[in-house]
Unconditional design. Sequence first.
Length: 266
Amino acid sequence: MEALVKGLKLFYTDSGKSNAPAIVLIHGFPFDRTMWQEQAALLEPSFRVITYDQRGHGQSDVGDGQYLFEFFVDDLFGLLDVLRIDRVILCGLSMGGYVALRAIERCPERILGLILCDTRSEAETDEGKLKRAAAVHTVQDKGVPAFAEGFLKAAFAPASFKETPLVVEQIRKSILENSSRGICGTLIALATRTDTTSFLPSIRVPSLILVGEYDGITPPSAAKAMHQRIPDSEMAIIPNAGHLSNLENSLPFNSRLLEFAKKFIS
Ligand code: MLT
């Protein structure tokens, strides 16, 4: 399905129980909504489940590629408005988690719960900004495939290339389907995003933090720092997984997700 949000077509799925609490699964960069297929199927019997392709990703429009991070948050709220969903549980992985954190900072009254996967609250360091600049150069000079190879090496735990090769292929395919304009626009938005750390102690909704044991992009130390600041939050380290813990080791990921999600249904 598609929705017109801020002048862009955003592709989404809306499944599960229509009268149940809604949960939105927000994908990371530079993937698309298909990374949540397994978790969506798991949640559908008890929740209304929304997945969507963020601007510049998957099937959604790319637009002019001139993005600020806030635009991704505008898109989330715009989609919720189109779908007439007032309050929602947000589950975001990595960039999806950055969106979720900024969304609750901006509109806490619309958020019922948070599931923060392989993500962090801090804004980009100077080193990170320079890495984003190098990544933009790679995309512009060598193309998306060269960027994808470097990204895959950083994202997956080394063992995952042998143990879950189909998952690596699925993610490679999603990255390659994205345009260089969307990828570069998102890299610039990521480099200039705001820091949500000081807001964490104000979070008053049930929050679960999940992180892959070998996540090298948003490591367990970043997850622990959020866990310490978010009151009454829960945290679990997903063993034998890197940055894509929901795909690299879905069994423990799904069981923590489901156990946490039960809080929202009576
Ligand atoms: C992601 O998975 O969304 C990205 O790795 C986020 C980032 O690069 O900061």
